[in-house]
Design a protein around this ligand. Sequence first.
Ligand SMILES: Cc1cc2nc3c(=O)[nH]c(=O)nc-3n(C[C@H](O)[C@H](O)[C@H](O)COP(=O)(O)OP(=O)(O)OC[C@H]3O[C@@H](n4cnc5c(N)ncnc54)[C@H](O)[C@@H]3O)c2cc1C
Length: 736
Amino acid sequence: MKKRVFILLIAIALSAYWFFDIDHYLTLEGIKNAQADLKTWRQASPLLAGAAFFCSYIFVTALSLPGAAALTLVGGAIFGILGGVILVSFASTIGATLAFLAARFILRDSVQRRFGNRLEAINKGVEREGAFYLFTLRLVPVFPFFVINLLMGLTPIRTRTFYWVSQVGMLAGTIVYVNAGTQLAAIETTADILSPALLASFAVLGLFPLLARTFIDRMKKRQVYCKWQRPNHFDRNLVVIGAGAAGLVSAYIASAVKAKVTLIEAGKMGGDCLNYGCVPSKALIKSGKIANYIRHAKAYGFETTSPAIHFREVMQRVHDVIARIAPHDSVERYTDLGVEVLAGRARLVDPWTVEIEHNDGGTTRLTTRSVIIATGARPFVPPLPGLSDVGYLTSDTLWEAFAGMDEAPQRLVVLGGGPIGTELSQAFSRLGSEVWQVEKGARILSREDSEVSELAKQALEQDGVHVLTGHQALRCEMDNERKFLVVEHDGREQRLEFDALICAVGRVARLEGYGLEELGIPTDRTVTTNEYLETLYPNIYTAGDVAGPFQFTHTASHQAWYAAVNSLFGEWRKFKVNYSVIPWSTFIDPEVARVGLNELEAQEKGIAYEVTRFGMDDLDRAIADGTDHGCIKVLTVPGKDRILGVTIVGEHAGDLLIEFVLAMKHGLGLNKILSTIHIYPTLAEANKYVAGEWKKAHAPQKVLAWLGKYHSWKRKGGFLSSLLLSVVVLLGGGPK
Ligand SMILES: Cc1cc2nc3c(=O)[nH]c(=O)nc-3n(C[C@H](O)[C@H](O)[C@H](O)COP(=O)(O)OP(=O)(O)OC[C@H]3O[C@@H](n4cnc5c(N)ncnc54)[C@H](O)[C@@H]3O)c2cc1C
């Protein structure tokens, strides 16, 4: 209601402006004609003339009306250079701020809601450097004054900042225009004001903040290094610390472009993914799946049986899989690629020197132009009373600990309802453990939509997992040789007896013990970097789990490209890391895969969306395979063929998702997926069917109604339709 009244008032003011033909006076001709009268008035009553001019200026600029430039000239012509500059400077800034506030009041919320995540980068940029951008825009008068006012109103810049930056930024332009106004008699056309010489001086003014910015950046960088002694020459172009996904890819790229690169790994080549993460967990999940098939063999025409699980062999297979993949990440492979690989613990001594404590003894120091920190993350162990007394496992230790066991632990507690905890709970349950999964939050996989969490929970429960959501772990207890986890739910304590307990409550970046503290490199939960993955020191970069915000192998290698290219070629061109389309998958059965927004995030961010679904129970191939559970959910911009995000729950969801990842990455919509031939019968057809559902929901109803009439007319009017057909055939447009 308030908004409507406000808009009405603006409309009245605008009508008055046009009705009284005020724009007619705000032309060069109009001003020149009135100049003598205005001067006389000013001499007779200077205060009244000043106040009237001031208010008129505010009126014109606040309503974004044409004529501000002409009024500035009037200011110079009537009040002289000093008086004109003071009046115009304040009036223009107040008017601009009112226009800014009006745009903010009327439009900002709806614009932010409508364009939501597309404005995120702009909003962040404005929050960080809005004053600087505005200052540049104000200095360059080729950008229309009123456009800047209105657009800035839609951003999160603070009003106070907008005011003072505008006042300071417009001062130079105001002086030039007011000065031109004092010469009004000599100016014949506006082109005289915007002469090439004058425009060139504005351009220089516009470049000034950019030049100043570059200068300040250079100074800042030098300051960071000033307490360190820079080596005269460098042993390496790049030293990479850590040989997980991020480090390996960084070193690979560096060697591919012929840089001299050293890769240092304290533990096992391949890092977490190969040795403790993706690879062993997926191998284990596969064994669990086979056990599950055997249990449900009746559904496929076999006799029901329970699998005879040789757990030691299952774990041996896990280690065999690691061993088969290990050559991909091995010292030999990387040495052949031209990378020097050193086994040892690295430590930054200064921004260009890395000390290596070799695993087989001795230390060496290498000087390097650039460093990439790719030290990864480690499991977080909660400060749970009694935990270390009872003993616990993490993803780092469980693979070795279980390798020597003939049976899966009889009673297993998994702490944590995230992707890792959920995957492990289901796999070990299928492999014979009685599993209690303990999650303090209201649901597992809490980053996903609640219906997805519910599907995951049901799937786990069907496999026999006790999914205890809303259960807070309080402490561990030993009772003779028996081990217990005490949890609290709804104010009541419960004791869970277990033989093994796995902590899977998250992973924290490795930040200590290799020189970040000594170099003063800021960290939060991860190493603090800018969008180029550059740390405080512009020659030290990070990638992977230690850089965040994601903890996936594919994001680690994605970041590695940016870190490697920026560290080697940053003085020529740097690339901002692009996180626009990041997919991931949780490899439970059925898989849960997502790219972009889900409903939860869209609601949190206030982004409008439409949902289109397709149930896997309608998909021929899924029915044939007996995997007809789960669904695809696509979020699109309301009324538009633009995909905001996709969640798939189902067999091979991670693989199915890639079609949407490609579509989103390259701006393709559901129409394009619908018009692509998908092989029958495949699971991938689900992607086409969900696109079809969207198409049906957006079918042009009016056109269809007309088509209905056309066809009924064709059915009825035998003579007329045959006549029409004959005409078409005669004209050559018919069947040949
Ligand atoms: C159980 C589990 C399952 C997972 N499943 C998946 C999955 O299915 N898909 C997926 O995308 N991601 C998965 N992940 C996550 C994935 O493993 C990580 O995101 C990925 O390994 C990160 O790679 P990185 O290079 O950043 O770090 P890491 O792989 O941790 O490598 C860092 C390396 O740096 C070394 N290092 C540390 N400090 C030093 C030092 N000072 N000197 C020398 N070397 C040092 C470490 O020894 C380590 O080898 C899983 C993780 C776990 C734990």
